[in-house]
Design a protein around this ligand. Sequence first.
Ligand code: MTE
Ligand code: MO
Length: 313
Amino acid sequence: MKFKTKLLSSEVTSKDLWTRRKTLKTLSTSLALGPLGLANSFAAPREKDRDFIFSHAKKFSTNENRTEFSKASSYNNFYEFGTDKRDPKKYAHELQTSPWSVTVHGDVLKPKIFDLNDLRSLAPLEERVYRLRCVEGWSMVIPWIGYPLSSLIKKVLPTGNAKYVEFTTLYRPEEMRGQRRSVLDWPYIEGLRLDEAMNPLTLLSFGMYGSLLPTQNGAPVRVIVPWKYGFKSPKAIVSIRLTEKQPQTAWMQGSPKEYGFYSNVNPDVRHPRWSQSKERRIGELRKRDTVIFNGYGSYVSHLYEGMDLKKFF
Ligand SMILES: Nc1nc2c(c(=O)[nH]1)N[C@H]1C(S)=C(S)[C@@H](COP(=O)(O)O)O[C@H]1N2
Ligand SMILES: [Mo]
């Protein structure tokens, strides 16, 4: 896998990254680098990597064992590259992720097209170790790097009409071979209620495991919503639009009986074809019990007070 971004002055292979990452881990434990982690600090940082500085957000992070980077970057859902779990890693290099810009618009007073570098430097980057649970019944623990999406939304000044946020993934079938087949109604669209998008857990993410996002994990920018099923965490975003009406998401469009707008992790609400009460943590053999809101209830349950979560699934 090759990163094609402005940040990395030279291309590195995943093997390089993995060994370097291990070095970093050793370094940071032995030298106790303190709360500020400097990505790629294992060697003299190359000119353009110096911006990728982040702190570790302990408050928002789980202490559970992290999924191995090699697994998190090779077992992926990213239908733009194919429906097999191995397809994203195999074909993601066909996508050019630089230059990149994200349009933030809709019911806002200050719409703006952000160049990726401007977007990334809009707020301090934090590392947050979150659980991610796929509706298919597997889960991972991943150290993401990003900042709260609320920081961005506040900048563009939502109007009183804004009730929802719609995210759109890049549409570029020449480079995303999965889009040449009509598996989903492209482009991939996801949505959140505005208060969900403003929740401190909701992350605009640019990196993971100390480095930039691999393309198969959604480079150069994606959203992470840890209390919802994985598909609510859209990758390779080009548009963030505030709206009055609830967005029609790609999965609702494709299969409305199976995928609702909310899609909160909920062991008591079955997927029509299988139970959601258990899950397999990637790397483990025994199944675990699935926890309501993926274990993030103390942060988010108030968002759904009085709502029938079986109806609003
Ligand atoms: N654009 C886009 N975003 C997407 C998907 C996709 O197919 N296309 N798959 C979703 C699903 S089903 C999951 S489980 C997560 C997986 O994220 P990961 O590969 O980084 O673990 O990405 C989500 N975001
Ligand atoms: Mo998923």
